[in-house]
Design a protein around this ligand. Structure first.
Ligand code: ITT
Length: 184
């Protein structure tokens, strides 16, 4: 067991809730480290997460996550700009961009940058899916009401319980890999 307690630096409580549920399966406690991140402009989630991590001075085992929604027909947009686009266009704006479009495949990607006294390590999680044609469900956050995972039953993440989303999500996959590694 490398660690049984780590911090997650984020401004997003939903991330903390989802990641804590996954890490608890490995006997690891996740503590929220409140952080307003200044994100660099980059088309690479791993680079963005690692940059944010390096800005934290404290000597504690800590992980930063950068996540994004990549829409294939839009060449990966909004990707690394997901939070900005969500704020400006919202889910209705994304659906408008994709109106009448048949090719609706997309993926969520989660990139983790973790640091402890031994170094910096990166982990990734991906979930493949497609965009719905309307906004469905109130659970989750962000793009969840318009994202339908391929391995589900046709419901959006917004229509699933926390546990159902966590069985399939990019975030849970990334944190499972981290959890396994930390308990090795
Ligand atoms: P921090 O940077 O403080 O961690 P954030 O919410 O800004 O929190 P990101 O930059 O990683 O986090 O997220 C990019 C966007 O992608 C953000 O607008 C989220 O709403 C959206 N997003 C990420 N994961 C998601 C998920 O599991 N479900 C729905 N939307 C998600």
């Amino acid at each position: 067991m490398k660690k049984n307690e780590i911090y997650l630096g984020t401004s997003n409580q939903n991330k903390v809730k989802e990641a804590a549920a996954v890490l608890s399966l490995y006997g690891i406690k996740l503590i929220h480290y409140p952080l307003e991140r200044v994100e660099i402009q980059s088309d690479n989630l791993k680079e963005i997460a690692t940059f944010s991590l390096k800005n934290i001075q404290e000597n504690i085992p800590i992980v930063i996550e950068d996540a994004g929604l990549f829409i294939n027909k839009l060449k990966g947009f909004p990707g690394p700009y997901s939070s900005y686009v969500l704020e400006k266009l919202g889910n209705p704006g994304i659906l408008k961009l994709m109106e009448y479009e048949k090719e609706r495949s997309a993926q969520y990607i989660s990139e983790l940058a973790y640091r402890d006294e031994t170094g910096i390590y990166n982990f990734q999680g991906v979930v493949e899916g497609s965009l719905s044609t309307n906004i469905r469900g109130n659970n989750g956050f962000g793009y969840d009401p318009i994202f339908i995972p391929n391995e589900g039953d046709g419901r959006t993440f917004g229509e699933m319980s926390d546990i159902e989303k966590n069985n399939l999500s990019h975030r849970s996959r990334a944190f499972k890999t981290l959890g396994k590694w930390l308990t090795q």
